[in-house]
Write a protein that binds this ligand. Sequence first.
Ligand code: SF4
Ligand code: SF4
Ligand code: FES
Length: 229
Amino acid sequence: MQITIEVLRRENAESAPHWERFSCEADSSATVMTALIDRNAQLAAEGKPVIAYECSCLQKKCGACAMVVNGRPCLACDAKLLDVQKKGVILVEPLRKFPVIADLIVDRHILYENLKALHIWLESECIADGKQAELAYEASRCLQCGCCLEVCPNFCPGDTFFGMAAFVPTARLLSELPPSELGQLRRVYRKHIYEGCGKSLSCRNICPAGLDIDKLLVNSHAVAIWKRK
Ligand code: SF4
Ligand code: SF4
Ligand code: FES
């Protein structure tokens, strides 16, 4: 099937955005990312500026290639052209809640600033087992891609509410630490996650890692807010 792809391009943060169109032949394995890779080979051969994007694993494991495809945030390496096209057209844009650096690359450093503000690291050895180990493993699958923040009605970079991308790593630590070491984490959890979340769960359906967000929320609220293990 012949597909038309339109990419929202911008040379740098200051320049005005414009749509650039190209066509490609889609088979059942072609993804938005393979189309961008092929397009860049063409542009490079013609001596034209290539499309800037992030990509590393090509296996839905690193989260680098998150972008908005036909209005929906997703991983470009997981977005099959035949599945995401609408009437043969695919619009590709950068994530919209972060400043654009160039074309499809955005500055997601606020994700890491928020994690630092939460102080989520272990200061001594900690061994989770049973149900807690299962929860910790589930939370460890978060890619820090930012797709959940794109659809969250309450997340705005720089605000007090840090969103689901900060919640999931916090949920991991809440499931691992003994109650005696939870004081500070409970405080930041209430302030930066619990109080700002409207529980609409838009984030749950968009998460490309398919995390069991309901289960993580139930456990984390029990531990951090209701103080039950
Ligand atoms: S919770 Fe899901 S959507 Fe959000 S950053 Fe982690 S993997 Fe991405
Ligand atoms: S449940 Fe709703 S408000 Fe809370 S993080 Fe998810 S999308 Fe945002
Ligand atoms: S390139 Fe790693 S998730 Fe797409």
